[in-house]
Design a protein around this ligand. Structure first.
Ligand SMILES: Cc1cc2nc3c(=O)[nH]c(=O)nc-3n(C[C@H](O)[C@H](O)[C@H](O)COP(=O)(O)O)c2cc1C
Length: 142
């Protein structure tokens, strides 16, 4: 059973709502997780978990959140090598391409993406919530 570390940023609560659904799924199958806002996460703690889940809103021109998440990625580049990761996020008025870019960055860092990202436009609807709960269950066993 994998231990899961969740790192997220949320401006207005949409990503946080998504995180809560994933957590529900993990809990449902008896999995263990720790969640952190990216502004407060301690890298040495998070990289001890079996799977790192990261979630961000689109920010700027198809990027992940700029002030905290982008530095988190750059500062921990080496630690992603060979690490199992899962990403998801929410966007507003762009095309949601930021997740594809993020995925590419992680692949370049040598991370192992354990499943396809879940992308949500704005507030997560019932379908997205269900998909996240299911993903939470899957991640525990991945
Ligand atoms: C400062 C700021 C910048 C944003 N930049 C983008 C953007 O470049 N492209 C986009 O599609 N949405 C953008 N959005 C919209 C958010 O990504 C979208 O509302 C998302 O659902 C917010 O998630 P959150 O509630 O977890 O913060 C931006 C929102 C804010 C507040």
């Amino acid at each position: 059973m994998n231990t899961i570390g969740i790192v997220y940023y949320s401006f207005t609560g949409n990503v946080l709502r998504m995180v809560k659904e994933l957590e529900k799924g993990i809990e449902e199958v008896g999995g263990k997780f720790k969640s952190y806002r990216v502004a407060e996460v301690k890298a040495d703690e998070i990289f001890q978990q079996d799977i790192i889940v990261m979630a961000s809103p689109a920010n700027g021109s198809e990027e992940i959140e700029k002030e905290f998440f982008q530095p988190f990625m750059e500062n921990n580049q080496k630690q992603f090598q060979g690490k199992k990761v899962y990403i998801f996020g929410s966007w507003g008025w762009g095309e949601g391409y930021f997740l594809e870019k993020w995925k590419k960055q992680l692949e370049e860092f040598g991370a192992i993406l354990v499943a396809e990202p879940i992308l949500c436009n704005g507030y997560p609807n019932g379908e997205t919530r269900k998909a996240l709960q299911e993903m939470g269950k899957i991640l525990v066993e991945k």
